[in-house]
Design a protein around this ligand. Structure first.
Ligand code: CAA
Length: 395
């Protein structure tokens, strides 16, 4: 068992850290206050190859492994979780799905531009009345021979107003329930597509989250991903990988808040010594460091399983659930360690605390993650344990 990174992974981590510290940190508070989309920063992320990290070079991507992607997500999330989610959706929910299931024509037309970051993508599954219960899609894709007629509304879409390419899940055969759902590639400037106003959010305020309305949008059949009726399974498989990205985002938020709390606690004095020398604070730091390390192991392991071609659905759910709970718990503690300073913007931890909350909600609430984990346990398909023996052999 190796707990070390390869040279390439280490280089990715350092590049992401430098970028986050030098380019993201300076304007992050202002972008949060103004809820301003980081256009220039996303352009730089594209230039650095962060928008299509795992896509094969043949389609303009970085050809990297999932662990490298996770390392970059972690470093960027320590500083600017808004930029991280823009990157995560493009990498894992859009590029990954297109590469895994798209036709060659779809890859040439869409993936090549998404992987380089020339275009941004969005993943349009959630609806006003279908969030956790994702099989209950009300958006319809009526079969009209050579095309589908798309009608419906999608909610809370990350990259909503900035994405050129939408992957939209819609119901074609309601009588077949989830087996009647298709995923369609829709371009944002097609007639009938209307983007709603940007949501005014508690956290990740710089990322744009919108509803999108589709009214009689003509989608050519060649823009359906994979075979008829595969749209729901496509969404579920794609989300399995997406959850690793969000787990990495949560890990980065927790680690970023911890690093700030550690530095502050060594500088700030009370009762004649640094507050880190008081057991009340030292024990908080010990708990934070331990739980963040545990989250890191779960996140890296989920990435590793994916890279090995082993089942990772439950491992991704565990990583996302645990890391997001750690992020929420320890950003609150980071604010507490900072005392009154923690409550003001310039110390960053109040923003990280607000940003942490969404990681317990999007890409499947933590209640849904528990459902996914429990179902895998009961099916005897928990995961391949660390030490290599198949679960079936040890159960
Ligand atoms: N991989 C492949 N197939 C899967 C799967 C997976 N991980 N999970 C489920 N499926 C298949 C099942 O096998 C089943 O197929 P069959 O009928 O052919 O056997 C089908 O999908 C339906 O599954 P269930 O019977 O388990 O359906 P359910 O309704 O009981 O549960 C659910 C489904 C797990 C709750 C699912 O609806 C879910 O994950 N909900 C959460 C949705 C979500 O994560 N939304 C995030 C929105 S995107 C976002 O947040 C992006 C962003 O902005 C950052």
């Amino acid at each position: 068992m190796y707990f070390s990174l390869t040279e390439e992974q280490q280089a990715v981590k350092e590049a992401a850290r430098d970028f986050a510290q030098n380019e993201l940190l300076p304007g992050v508070i202002e972008r949060d206050i103004k809820a301003e989309f980081p256009t220039e920063q996303v352009r730089m992320m594209a230039e650095l190859g962060f928008m299509g990290m795992m896509v094969s070079p043949e389609y303009g991507g970085g050809g990297m492994d999932t662990l490298s992607y996770v390392l970059a997500m972690e470093e960027i999330s320590k500083v600017d979780p808004s930029c991280a989610v823009i990157m995560s959706v493009n990498n894992s929910l859009v590029c990954w799905g297109l590469e895994a299931y798209g036709t060659e024509e779809q890859k040439q037309k869409y993936l090549t531009k998404l992987a380089t970051g020339e275009w941004i993508g969005s993943f349009c599954l959630s609806e006003p009345e279908a969030g956790s219960d994702a099989t209950s899609q009300r958006t319809t894709a009526e079969d009209r021979g050579d095309h589908y007629l798309l009608n419906g509304t999608k909610n809370w879409i990350t990259n909503g107003s900035t994405s050129k390419v939408h992957l939209v899940m819609a119901q074609t055969h309601p009588e077949l329930r989830h087996r009647g759902i298709n995923t369609l590639i829709v371009e944002s400037d097609w007639p009938g597509v209307t983007i709603g106003p940007k949501e005014d959010k508690l956290g990740i305020r710089a990322s744009d989250t919108c509803s999108i309305m589709y009214q009689d949008v003509v989608v050519p059949k060649k823009n359906r991903i994979a075979e008829e009726g595969f749209g729901f399974k496509f969404a579920m498989q794609t989300l399995d990988g997406g959850r690793i990205g969000i787990a990495a985002q949560a890990l980065g938020i927790a680690a970023g808040a911890y690093e700030r709390a550690l530095v502050y606690s060594k500088e700030r004095k009370a009762f004649g010594k640094p507050i880190s020398a008081h057991q009340a604070i030292a024990f908080k730091l010990a708990d934070m460091a331990t739980e963040i390390e545990a989250a890191r192991m779960l996140v890296y392991r989920a990435a590793w399983l994916k890279d090995q071609g082993l089942p990772y659905s439950a491992a991704a759910a565990m990583a996302k659930m645990f890391a997001s709970d750690v992020a929420m718990r320890h950003t609150v503690e980071a604010v507490q360690i900072h005392g009154g300073y923690g409550y003001v913007r310039e110390y960053h931890v109040e923003r990280l605390m607000r940003d942490a909350k969404i990681t317990q909600i999007y890409e499947g609430t933590n209640e849904i993650q528990r459902l996914v984990i429990a179902r895998n346990i009961l099916k005897g398909q928990l995961y391949v344990p660390l030490f290599g023996a198949a679960w079936e052999q040890t159960a």
